[in-house]
Structure formats: C-alpha cells, structure tokens
Design a protein around this ligand. Structure first.
Ligand code: CTP
Length: 400
C-alpha cells in the first residue's frame, strides 16, 4: 500500500521514525511529508534513509514539484497517517486551511486518513482541540486518541502519542476493515480460538523433540482476525514471535499443555483454527536428570507414546465450534489432506505443501482450502494474505 506519513511539530516526532520503519518493513511504500516545525525536532534525512524517498516539505519548491506535484502526491497515497498531529495542524484541518504542503495535501485528498494527536495535556483537553477533533471525526477522519502518562513537558495526563507498534497495529486494523467491509461485518465481535507454532516434548531437562513450525501462519490468522474485529485467543507453542496487538495469548510448550488450554477455552469460541504443528508423539517418561551417554554407547532407544489429537477432540464435542485444521504434507498433498479432513471430522482443512523453501519457515505460502462441499486454491502470497483467504472461506461456509 502507498502511505503518506505526515509529521508535524512535536517532541513525539521521533516516534514517527519507528512508525515509518514498521510500514516499510511490512512492505508498504512510504512518502514522508514534514512541516517546517517538525524539522525542528527531527532531521528529514533519517526519514529519507528509512523510507528510501526524499522527504517532501515545501509547497513552492520547483525541484520537489518537478518530481511529483502536490496534487499528484495527494492522489498517490492510498492512506494518509498524520503522526504526530499537532493541535495547530488539527485546527487548520478543521478550518480547511492550506498554508503548507501537508495541509494542502490533506485538503486536496479524499483518501482515508488516520489522525494521531500528540500534545501537552491541557492543549488536548482544550475545548477548541476537542471540538476540532470531534468535527474531523464526524467528517470521516480516523482518530487514535492519545495515551495517558508522563509527558515530555513533565506533566501527567492524556496527550502522549501511542508507541509506533500500537499506531501501526491500529492503522492495520482500520485499513483491513476498510478494504474488506463484508469480512469485517462477519468477524466483528466473533470469538476465534487459534493454536499456532510447534509443541516441544521434553526428553530430559535439556533436550526435547520439536518440529520446524515457525508459528507464522497461526499468528497471521490471529492478527488478521483481530484486525477484522474478532475477539481472538491465541494458544502459542514455543515460538519467538511478538504477540499481535489486542490478542489474548496463552503460551504452552507440550501437546498435553496445548490440549489442556484448548479444552479450557474452546467452548467460549465459535470458531477454532488449529494451525499448530502438534507433535504426534511424546516421550513415554521424561527424565528428571540429563541423559548421560555411556562409554562406547552406539544406540539409544526412546519409547514414544501417542499424543492426544487436539483438533479431532474438539471436532467430537457437541456443541462444537466450527473447526478448521491444517494438513502439512511433503507428498500427495490433496489425497492426504482430504482423508485427514474426513478422519478428523473437520469443517475445513487448509492443505499446505511443506518442504525446501516453502511452508514452515517462509513468509509466503499457498493453501488449498478443502471443505465438504468444495476445494479452492489460494494464489501464492504472504501468510497474512493467506490468513485473509482462510477467514474469507470460513465466512463463505458459515453464511452460504
Ligand atoms: N493436530 C492436533 N493434534 C495432534 C496432531 C495434529 O490437533 N496431536 C492437528 C494440527 O493442528 C492440524 C491437523 O491436526 O490442524 C493436522 O496435523 P498434521 O500434523 O498434518 O496431521 P497428523 O494428524 O499429525 O497426521 P500425519 O502425521 O499422519 O500427517
């Protein structure tokens, strides 16, 4: 997506650097536009280095305008994010003033715009600012209200700009919801339980049996569903991924712990997506001390016992949620996945070819979605895009 990041004058401008980095990291194109006051707080070169584009800051600059004129720039953007939005710029926006490049762009744009105000608490509380913000919201501007806390000026109250990570997640949720209105309407308020990642089965205090699942697919599903307004509980095996904003996360290690967590939570959710790569076997008896090798020892035998099948257990309950499983296969993808769906009594199975360069650790994926009635192959894309495809399929199956 093409994002125009407007930065106005305020101490919070430094947080906009991190926000810019997060947008770029997520694959978006960013054009930064700064006001003259913003440049008092932070140098344009930093934004240029992060976004890979020269910062735009002047309305009457022949050189800048020769590249992309300001009206063209307003049309270029899919989204405008104003962070930090100063009291002064909010007031100008409300009045329709166009006295610098940023306010002119805002006036000349019909694109969705997220305002992230940051200012001293009294400036925020001031009736003028409150009225300006209310009017702008009524006109369709999105608002991420300032956070409470200690301010740079030493006062305590509402006015701090939220951290970049939170702004990014908030924007992502709004842009996803705006791009997929029907999906948003379906998932809004729905309760979704997702399992993700591998399970580790301990042999002794230092060793375990594990698998190569990264957890990325399950986390992407949790994040996208949350962005669409769902209440998401994420049961995560041992992975090093950050929690998606707003998602309730429960960390587990073994298949047994994952089963316990799922059994505890499934009844409060209307959909269960089992994206975890649950170990099929655990060591019969994990040893309390490290296993020592004997001199000259050539073999070690371990007795393994089958783990409970978590998704099959949920699918046997009555009443049960809508149950979605995954089938990670290295060969015979479709026949194995179809058989797995029937054997486990799943409403939907997402078949997933795994092997060199595809599947577990990569960022891209290609799922085949198999239900009782139909099969659909999603085009190869990011795991976040695949996650949307899965959420869309669930909507189709539950509303047809
Ligand atoms: N699954 C589960 N509990 C297990 C094993 C698997 O809940 N003990 C779930 C996975 O989360 C996934 C689906 O079952 O949604 C299929 O997992 P997979 O490992 O592909 O299938 P298995 O049942 O283990 O079959 P196989 O090892 O023969 O491929």
């Amino acid at each position: 997506m093409k994002i125009l990041l407007g930065v106005t004058g305020g101490i919070a401008a430094y947080k906009a650097l991190e926000l810019c980095r997060l947008f770029v990291k997520a694959g978006h194109e960013v054009q930064v536009v700064m006001t003259q006051h913003a440049k008092q707080f932070i140098g344009p070169l930093s934004f240029q280095a992060l976004s890979g584009r020269p910062v735009r800051d002047a309305l009457f600059n022949a050189e800048q305008e020769a590249g992309m004129g300001h009206i063209e720039l307003a049309r270029w953007a899919d989204w405008i994010v104003l962070a930090p939005a100063s009291a002064n710029t909010l007031a100008k926006l409300r009045m329709g003033l166009a006295d610098n490049l940023l306010t002119t762009l805002l006036l000349a744009s019909d694109r969705p715009c997220l305002l992230v105000p940051a200012m001293n608490r009294l400036m925020w509380q001031n009736a003028a600012t409150q009225e300006n913000v209310a009017v702008l919201q009524a006109r369709g501007y999105h608002l991420l209200a300032p956070a409470e806390g200690v301010q740079a000026c030493g006062e305590v109250g509402a006015g701090r700009m939220p951290e970049a990570q939170q702004i990014f997640a908030d924007w992502q949720a709004r842009s996803t919801a705006a791009a997929y209105p029907a999906l948003h309407a379906f998932w809004q308020g729905r309760r979704l339980l997702v399992s993700a990642g591998p399970t580790f089965e301990d042999l002794d205090p230092v060793r375990f049996l594990g698998n190569r699942s990264s957890g990325k697919m399950g986390f992407a599903i949790a994040q996208q569903a949350q962005a669409l307004g769902a209440h998401v509980t994420l049961i995560a095996g041992p992975v090093s991924l950050p929690s998606p904003q707003g998602v309730q996360r429960i960390d587990v290690r073994s298949a047994q712990q994952m089963l316990d967590a799922v059994q505890h939570h499934y009844a409060q959710h209307s959909v269960f997506i089992s994206a975890a790569a649950v170990a099929d076997f655990a060591v019969a008896q994990a040893l309390p001390q490290k296993i020592k090798k004997q001199a000259g020892q050539k073999h070690l035998s371990l007795e393994l016992i089958a783990n409970p099948d978590i998704v099959a257990w949920v699918a046997q309950q009555s009443p049960k949620p809508f149950v979605v499983g995954f089938a990670a296969e290295t060969e015979q993808l479709l026949p194995y996945a179809r058989a797995k769906r029937e054997r486990k009594n799943l409403d939907l199975i997402c078949a997933n070819q795994v092997g060199a360069g595809i599947g577990f650790e990569g960022d891209d994926n290609q799922l085949v979605l198999i239900s009782r009635e139909q099969e659909r192959t999603l085009p190869m894309s990011s795991k976040h895009q695949q996650a949307l495809g899965v959420l869309q399929e669930i909507m189709h199956l539950l509303t047809q």
